[in-house]
Design a protein around this ligand. Structure first.
Ligand code: NAD
Length: 499
């Protein structure tokens, strides 16, 4: 059985805790590897290696650090197929979607090539007589990222690329479900010229996370995962004085106005609801058609599309729409929520629970499910299902439709499909959600903007990537300087003001 260890100080290191987790091939249901779960001592070794390497890296000029990122981008492109295959084999998503996972991370590495510009400080000449004032952004030191299973390439890169470009050392604790790609990324960073010790990948579970949260060297923690763990990580990290940004779960609504192009809306819903088997924090899981005729027509268009979805293993290449769920437990949980929806009285228009694939009977597959007449009080509406299940909640008018995402506890993404500019503008302005699409179902901002949800989808005050990423991984120091020519008045006992 293949054993996956850690990557510390520029080398592969075997796990020594004696604890391992199974890594599955979700398409076949087989255990394909075992990943080591780090002990406190292993985490301490990684942090020590990072702390030793960081000062010299911080003193390396930002252009040289950016050149490492440039080379890293080249290497990601060189190894794209290999990375995508390893990713699909452990996660289950299709190969084109796995490449998308890598590319959305690569784009953040590209943005980080602009580090010299992004790290430029501020300067005021003549802030007072003979006085200049300047602010600089300095790295925090050793920082950490804890990432989820559903984007094992993209989310680690969203975190370590800006952190490293800013001059920090990084400890990555990736998901134990799909640990291979994060280690491959760390190898590529070394090949790109990153000195050893600056990017350590430590595999593990709660014990490794707690070791990060309680450590006194680590200055900041970036987390992405489910809301209860995001809240836990945020409160424990901040209690020990760390900077933290923790992104959680989602329930993304898409409103379909009566004037929308319904064919376009139905296509958008199928891609955004069922792509990656619904295991995306930006997946659309609730469709809100406005008015009975919009709802009836939408269901009529959606049902055959959902029935026709092509489900299969990643080895089928481009010929599948989505693959299996990540684990047997995830599959049982999603099917259980569909059972619950039926019990609660929602109308299951397409039932994918009994999907089975010849030759892959032990894989964690299920077909797409489509619910109509879901209501606000149902568990399937309140809970993040994280599977290939789309719920239609009918609204009588625009106000009733907007009230659904406005009053839902999650606030990651949302979308509206309409031809009316006033309605779209009103929606974008009023909605209390971090990322908004207008005729765009999955509005994931590009690398030079920032990504982050509101309400229970995000804790902390800065977003991921874009300019916020550089702010999160640096702190400001402001220097006020006066040279002797300005020192003429002797001692001053009153706080200086610009009268
Ligand atoms: P998860 O919360 O189970 O795990 C995330 C990370 O936390 C993993 O590294 C895991 O090892 C660690 N972890 C798990 N249990 C822990 C515990 N008890 N104590 C400490 N650490 C623990 O999430 P997941 O299942 O890997 O990912 C899916 C979730 O992530 C979904 O809720 C999805 O919406 C969310 N997500 C959010 C975003 C976003 O940007 N908001 C992006 C992707 C995924």
């Amino acid at each position: 059985m293949q054993k996956i260890g850690h990557f510390i100080d520029g080398k592969h290191v075997e796990g020594t805790s004696g604890r391992f987790a199974d890594v599955y091939n979700p398409a076949t249901g087989e255990v394909q590897a075992q990943v080591a779960l780090a002990s406190q001592a292993e985490m301490d070794a990684a942090i020590a290696s990072a702390a030793a390497a960081q000062p010299a890296w911080a003193a390396t000029n930002p252009q040289r650090r950016a050149r490492v990122m440039m080379k890293f981008v080249d290497l990601l492109n060189r190894d794209m197929d290999k990375l995508a295959e390893a990713l699909s084999r452990e996660h289950g998503k299709t190969l084109p979607d796995a490449k998308g996972d890598v590319i959305r991370g690569l784009e953040v590495a590209e943005f980080c090539i602009g580090a010299p510009h992004l790290l430029k400080g501020e300067f005021t000449e003549g802030a007072g007589p003979g006085i200049d004032m300047y602010s600089m952004r300095q790295p925090l030191g050793v920082v950490a990222g804890i990432t989820p299973f559903n984007f094992p390439a993209m989310i680690p890169m969203w975190k370590f690329c800006p952190a490293l470009a800013c001059g920090n050392a990084f400890i990555l604790k990736p998901s134990e479900r799909d640990p291979s790609v994060p280690i491959m990324l760390a190898e590529l960073m070394i090949e790109a010229g990153l000195p050893a010790g600056l990017l350590n990948v430590v595999n593990g579970d709660k014990a490794a996370v707690d070791a990060i949260l309680d450590d006194e060297t680590i200055q900041a923690v970036g987390f992405v995962g489910s809301t209860p763990i995001a809240q836990y990580v945020y409160s424990r990290a901040t209690a020990s004085g760390k900077r933290a940004q923790c992104f959680g779960g989602a329930k993304n609504h898409m409103i379909i106005m009566p004037d929308a192009d319904l064919d376009q809306a139905a296509d958008a819903l199928v891609g955004a609801g069922y792509g990656a088997a619904g295991e995306r924090c930006m997946a659309v899981s609730v469709a809100v058609p406005v008015g009975k005729s919009t709802a009836d027509a939408l269901i009529e268009k959606l049902a055959p599309k959902v029935e026709a979805l092509k489900i299969g293993p990643y080895t089928a290449g481009n010929d599948v729409d989505f693959g299996p769920l990540v684990t047997k437990e995830a599959l049982a949980r999603v099917k259980g929520l569909v059972d619950q929806g039926v019990k609660e009285g929602a109308n299951l228009v397409v039932d994918g629970r009994n999907f089975s694939m010849q030759g892959y009977e032990d894989g964690f597959f299920m077909g797409g499910c489509l619910f109509d007449n879901v209501t606000k009080d149902m568990d399937i509406y309140k809970t993040e299902i994280f599977g290939p299940v789309l719920s239609v909640v009918r609204a009588e008018n625009y106000e009733e439709a907007v009230d659904l995402p406005l009053s839902h506890e999650y606030g990651n993404g949302t979308a509206i499909f309409t031809r009316d500019g006033d309605t779209a503008r009103d929606f974008a302005s009023r909605i209390n959600i971090g990322m908004v699409g207008i005729n765009v179902p999955i509005p994931v901002p590009l690398a030079y903007h920032t990504f982050g949800g509101w309400k229970k989808s995000g804790f902390g005050d800065l977003n991921q990537h874009g300019p916020d990423g550089f702010k999160f991984y640096t702190r400001t120091k402001t220097v006020t300087s006066r040279w002797p020519s300005g020192l003429k008045d002797g001692a001053e006992f009153v706080i200086p003001t610009m009268k």
